[in-house]
Design a protein around this ligand. Structure first.
Ligand SMILES: [Zn+2]
Length: 170
């Protein structure tokens, strides 16, 4: 059997997680996402895959845990689902993680404290909307593209290229 490169484990306090069974270099696709079904709104297990589009992913990608300093980022694949792409070198045995803020603009559903244990832990699992600017910069190239699109639409004044093309006010 071909090694997919990851497998599901049950660990202590954090429950299930997905762990690498081989190494992945930065930029390598670690897991390929598949959409299970469409949703009519955001909820606790929803993946945002477009500005107004929410889905449930299928398969093991749904078992990947959040970290506030994850080793994977998100890339939209041809099917409109999320692939996980290594943003750090991953070695066999490491847990595969991503940041919910790389995927969902708003995260309103997690009341509990984050257990990721990272020095970057922000305690509450927040969406992209609430991510500090320096963390958004750290995640550059590893977040779903509609998140930065929403930011750009909300703050056109700080985009010189956008203001330059706008008609002047009358
Ligand atoms: Zn955390």
């Amino acid at each position: 059997m071909m090694d997919s490169g990851y497998q599901l484990h049950v660990t202590g306090a954090r429950g299930e997680g997905v762990f690498a069974t081989r190494s992945f270099h930065i930029g390598e696709t670690v897991m390929v996402g598949v959409i299970d079904r469409e949703l009519d709104r955001n909820h606790s297990h929803a993946s945002q895959v477009g500005a107004q589009r929410f889905v449930l992913h299928g398969g093991l990608v749904t078992k990947v845990n959040h970290s506030c300093d994850p080793n994977c980022g998100i890339r939209l694949n041809a099917g409109g689902a999320h692939d996980y792409v290594a943003r750090k070198l991953i070695v066999a045995g490491q847990e595969i993680t991503f940041d919910y803020a790389m995927r969902n603009y708003r995260v309103d559903h997690f009341a509990a404290h984050c257990l990721c244990g990272s020095p970057h832990c922000r305690d509450r699992i927040t969406g992209w909307k609430d991510l500090p600017a320096h963390r958004k910069a750290d995640y550059h190239g590893f977040v779903a593209p509609y998140l930065t699109d929403i930011d750009n639409q909300r703050a056109p004044a700080i985009r010189p290229s956008a203001t330059a093309t706008w008609p002047s006010p009358r």
